[in-house]
Design a protein around this ligand. Sequence first.
Ligand code: G6P
Length: 366
Amino acid sequence: AAIEKGNYRHFMQKEIHEQPIVVAQTLQSYLRPLEQKVALPDMDFSFADVPRITIVACGTSFYAGMVAKYWLERFARVPVELDIASEFRYRAPVLEKGGMALFISQSGETADTLAALRHARSEGQKIAVVVNVPTSSMAREADLLLPTHAGPEIGVASTKAFTCQLAVLAALATKVARDKGVLTEAEEREIVGHLTEAPAAMNAALGQDEAIEAIVPLVAKARDVLYLGRGPDYPMALEGALKLKEISYIHAEGYAAGEMKHGPIALIDENVPVIVIAPSGPLFEKTVSNMHEVQARGGQVLLISDGPGLAEAGDVVARIEMPTVHPLIAPLVYAVPVQLLAYHVAVAKGTDVDQPRNLAKSVTVE
Ligand code: G6P
């Protein structure tokens, strides 16, 4: 059957709003709620024997990989390498014997990622694939196939496939941690509990749609926009900037908050909106001090945080309130406001949201 937009104006908007449902669907196939455990498909090797994981992807899928690196190192204590597919395939990477290479792709057909996969296979790596199209080339060539259940994604700029990738990758990190013997049963139960709460928290994030629409004038008139985040929210800054570039054609950069003073701070003036992504938690104060550096130079801060964070942060030009969530699921939740912001800015600018100029849904040529 043809896929319809229903009551939505664009496929991208529909796909943003579908996220709580498709993330829940995806989690359903990776979580055993009764046992409070993670379950992955059967595999012919054990993570216990994997000394290193190499993650390779392009575009938004690459940012999901960045979050996965953070989780795999933190929870599973396994060394992780991460690269963009077009770099990986040509840089003669040194791959550890017995290692696993993990490829992340919505389409499963991106030419550079597929070539990187074949290279890793020829080097004897075990091949794991997180993919949204189960009949794709990458799915067929995997030793371990980890499907996302986002359903067909029509908007060229990826949204729901991304958060479903995050859901699968969180489950994967948990299973690797268990197999490596670095996660107690109680810790696994706790992680499963947090993941189970993700769809509702994403729903609450979607509830900020109107508040986000209200800040569009602050962003739509800008020539440059800066996004800042730390830790697993740094990839959300990159993703926010990518989304804005892709569909609104405004130049945007995502930066690690602590790195800002090594460059982008030179760009700050009252014409550069700075979107700070900072849930309360262990990294919050650090990011807030970077935010103050921006404000001291006249920068306009738009802060995306939760209740406790917003209360502590002081005066900002605009605030978007997210539900208070465990840091583990924050990337899934904070993806939503940056998608919505890019979407509404693009609508205000009158661009072709679902088919932005010069971009393709699936890049099957080099
Ligand atoms: C294109 C799309 C992006 C996507 C990237 C990677 O650039 O416009 O939305 O993130 O390809 O695609 P993949 O299918 O490999 O995830």
